[in-house]
Design a protein around this ligand. Sequence first.
Ligand code: ADP
Length: 173
Amino acid sequence: MSRIETHIGDITRLAVDAIVNAANSSLLGGGGIDRAIHRAAGPELLAECRTLNGCGTGNAKITKGYRLPARHVIHTVGPVWKGGSAGEADLLASCYETSLRLAADNDCWSIAFPAISTGIYGYPATKAATVAVTTVTRVLDDLPDILSVTLVAFDETSHAHLQEALGRKTDAR
Ligand code: ADP
């Protein structure tokens, strides 16, 4: 059975071991999903983020989840889309891979990801869905203890992109 599932809705509601935040490199607050996560987690989350000294693009750092139903938040910094020839795909793949490995290192066996970089950072949603599905599939082969990865779409359109990318993966087998 596949360990990759999809979900439409608000990632802050999910009671998983870790939710992933599409943060900016300061880790000190931004718009979009970052704002929603900080609002739901409460001010202790920002206080912990202040101790982390930021995060590089393609990298990830972990905090507690505070008032969230999720035990932990993994903050990753996606690439800003600059047309596709500036290493964006590798950096986006690195966000998914680094976050999954950090989750496993911290005994997080159920993880939920948003569509990193596809909001304010402008990464085309279909291309981003392909990177998400192929990277998670590849890295899960190496992390047998992870039970489930939920790819969260905020709307029907991004959900359709995920389904399409997952379908292509199945076709290829
Ligand atoms: P980035 O700066 O990495 O582009 P954004 O916060 O702008 O990050 O958005 C990333 C994706 O997360 C977008 O597709 C957006 O629709 C989605 N998103 C925003 N809020 C939520 C939420 N509460 N739950 C799940 N997905 C969300």
